[in-house]
Design a protein around this ligand. Sequence first.
Ligand SMILES: Nc1ncnc2c1ncn2[C@@H]1O[C@H](COP(=O)(O)OP(=O)(O)OP(=O)(O)O)[C@@H](O)[C@H]1O
Length: 262
Amino acid sequence: MSAGLAFSEVVVRAGQSTLLDGVSCAARAGRLTGLIGPNGAGKSTLMRAALGLVAMDSGSIRFGDADLPAMARRDRAQMSAFVEQSGASEVHLSAREVVMLGRIPFQSLWQSTAGPQDDAAADAALAAVGMTGFAERQYQTLSGGEQQRLQVARALAQQPQLLILDEPTNHLDVHAQLSILNLLRQRAQAGATVLLALHDLNLAAAFCDELVVLHHGRQVAQGSPQAVLTPALLADVYAVKASVLAHPHSGRPMIAYDLPSD
Ligand SMILES: Nc1ncnc2c1ncn2[C@@H]1O[C@H](COP(=O)(O)OP(=O)(O)OP(=O)(O)O)[C@@H](O)[C@H]1O
């Protein structure tokens, strides 16, 4: 079995529009893969297609040997977790109950009560995102950043081989951004396949092992942050002028944007 997630010639259309135009790329097991590209590039569509939430017109998406979008939903949920861009906030559950949703795929169909393993996974996930003290709070009373951290905790509680996250650092302060990305990097280092969409290119450069760049529904680059984040690519894909420096400690790329002139 080849480990990791592989997209091959993925085409998604909606009416007259082509949202994904033959995208081929990969997110390898044990690595943190960042999906970047401007608004509307197709990042969410690609992630949703992997999980069978958007129908493909052609192409294939495999996780190891499995045809991921075609799998039975429960089987897919036992191996993969998804954090959507903006999860529902009108949820009448406690914070802990939201995290326990991640354990549902592992509970038996005829007896849906949580066991000690489920409790332990939920508690560990709450602690990992620093939300233990919020466990009994009603989800809809939490701030945007707290809700986002819980959505990541729900995904971690699932203990998936494959984690797909759409803008997981949305709403987070800088400390929380760094700690959530560090957690995801640790999951990858422990062997998981982690694919995440990010808008902050400096965070993507600092944390990701590999970047995939989408532009107008096409994959235009894939490689290490050093190889991908060049001034020429930033100009072509994002229409920005920027200098790419080296981080003083890690040596990874750091982007200094030129401000638009009047
Ligand atoms: N059902 C649909 N019908 C028509 N167009 C759609 C549909 N769903 C998405 N699109 C369009 O497809 C394009 C890609 O959308 P997508 O949400 O995948 O982009 P994205 O890269 O995730 O963007 P963002 O960074 O803004 O979240 C956008 O132009 C969007 O308007």
